[in-house]
Design a protein around this ligand. Structure first.
Ligand SMILES: Nc1ncnc2c1ncn2[C@@H]1O[C@H](COP(=O)(O)OP(=O)(O)OP(=O)(O)O)[C@@H](O)[C@H]1O
Ligand SMILES: Nc1ccn([C@H]2C[C@H](O)[C@@H](COP(=O)(O)O)O2)c(=O)n1
Length: 427
């Protein structure tokens, strides 16, 4: 079957429910929603005040809009093509084109999100953009639509560039209860069992040879059981530069404990490689790192207390905060299943979250003067992202984290944490 035939078959699955789908565009930090209607109504109530604001401003009528939704059937291919598509659009389109993240989804239906981009073209040479996007529609796994002012000039029409060339009225809709970015988190951004994360890495063995090495290590470090360990296991969490390294090393020395970290040292050589990959693959790598660390914890906690620098709280909190955009109210609600600890990952005895005023954190980062990962730079530049990570940390349950103010001196923070450990773990 050719790529075109495979895509046509896949599109047939989407199209029957096309008009039930909602479209969401992320523009200047806000989400805009619109829907589709198949009926041709002359009634201006169809559009009128209800024209979705992405299209509503008068001057927008001189622009051309296009949407591209990634429609490959294979989810690894879909994840990789989604991140390549943005680079491709920014490289190929005239500079007057603006590219914003968009997606289409069935309201409140888990796993229904199809991601893509909205292109707003303000260039004089509209034909160039159109020619380019027609070429994408033919050769790439994307479903392309264009938008034009409706004939009654009251609203907008969506033209689907499939073999059917169907048209729909663009209609305004109410904001859905759940932000679409929360709908595809399970086993795409956050993994709730080892099999789901391993499955992702198994499927990318052909394109990422390092994936097989990670799986081999995982096989050698299989978690044996979830039985209670002889000695307590204490996890230290927090944003970068909140003092985790400083504290975990002091705890190791004071308690005569073993210090472990997630991802474990044995994965360090592949971390940078997986950090370049889209969230599906990157998060699966970190999820598996937790299972390898869990096996090391089980071994070591038979002999002495164990201190762990980052564990599942970090994996889930960063993944959820990245998947969701905008303010913290877009996060999955408190008590959501998305915050629940994986059933096959042994739980630590205590999780401490170090919290620090953003200005002091920046000061410590400056003083330390090391290079930063993209996500660390994002924490610096994007205060909404930082708030989402911190809030997601606090919402994770079973075990929930105990927040400790990390602004006093390193010794005071150590004493405070020792008090908590002695109270909770009877050390
Ligand atoms: N309580 C404290 N008061 C003042 N400075 C501190 C304190 N704890 C740590 N620091 C300093 O802040 C900087 C960051 O600390 P540290 O490396 O321990 O943070 P971290 O959370 O492990 O960071 P990362 O996650 O990026 O590795 C270091 O220069 C450290 O010496
Ligand atoms: N168990 C873990 C540990 C780390 N991560 C991710 C989250 C951030 O992107 C980054 C922070 O790690 P650091 O730079 O402090 O080593 O790594 C994770 O997902 N799970």
């Amino acid at each position: 079957m050719t790529l075109g035939e495979t895509m046509a078959k896949h599109m047939l699955c989407i199209l029957p429910r096309w008009s039930a789908r909602v479209f969401s565009v992320e523009l200047n930090g806000a989400s805009f929603y619109f829907g589709l209607s198949e009926q041709q109504q002359n009634d201006c109530g169809q559009h009128g005040d209800g024209v979705p604001s992405v299209f509503s401003a008068v001057d927008q009528k001189s622009h051309r809009f296009y949407s591209l939704l990634v429609s490959s059937m294979d989810r690894i291919q879909r994840a990789r093509f989604h991140s390549q598509l943005r680079d491709k659009l920014l490289r190929d389109l005239p500079t007057e084109c603006n590219v914003s993240p968009m997606c289409s989804f069935l309201p409140n239906v888990q796993g229904s999100v199809i991601s893509g981009y909205l292109v707003k073209d303000s260039s004089e040479r509209g034909s160039l953009t159109e020619k380019l996007l027609r070429d994408y529609a033919q050769h790439d796994p994307v479903l392309v639509c264009s938008y034009s002012p409706a004939e009654d000039s009251q609203g907008w029409t969506q033209h689907l560039w499939s073999s059917e060339e169907k048209e729909y009225n663009v209609v305004s809709i109410e904001e859905p209860t759940y932000h679409p970015s929360t709908l595809n988190i399970i086993n795409s951004d956050v993994f709730y069992c080892v099999e789901e994360a391993s499955d992702v890495l198994k499927k990318c063995g052909d394109i990422i040879p390092e994936a097989s090495s990670v799986l081999e290590l995982l096989h050698r470090h299989k978690v044996k059981s979830r039985d209670k360990t002889d000695f307590p296991v204490i996890v230290i969490e927090g944003l970068d530069a909140t003092g985790k390294t400083t504290l975990t090393e002091s705890l190791r020395d004071t308690l005569g404990a073993t210090l472990l970290r997630s991802p474990p040292h044995c994965l360090s050589q592949w971390r940078a490689r997986f950090d370049q990959e889209p969230p599906l693959i990157r998060r699966a790598f970190y999820a598996l790192g937790n299972y390898i660390t869990a096996e090391q914890i089980q071994q070591e906690a038979m002999k002495a207390p164990v201190i762990v620098d980052r564990f599942w709280h970090s994996t889930a909190a960063y993944a959820i905060a990245t998947a969701v955009s905008g303010p913290t109210c877009n996060l999955p609600e408190v008590g959501s299943e998305l915050y629940v600890w994986p059933r096959d990952l042994p739980q630590p005895s205590l999780v401490i979250l170090l919290s620090l005023d953003p200005e002091e954190r920046k000061r410590r980062l400056r003083n330390r003067g090391q290079g930063k990962t993209n996500e660390e730079q994002e924490l610096d530049h994007n205060q909404l992202f930082r708030l989402r990570v911190e809030e997601a940390y606090r919402r994770i349950s079973g075990p929930a984290c105990v927040t400790v103010d990390a602004s006093p001196s390193a010794d005071k923070v150590l004493q405070q944490v020792l008090l908590l450990i002695r109270a909770k773990c009877h050390l």
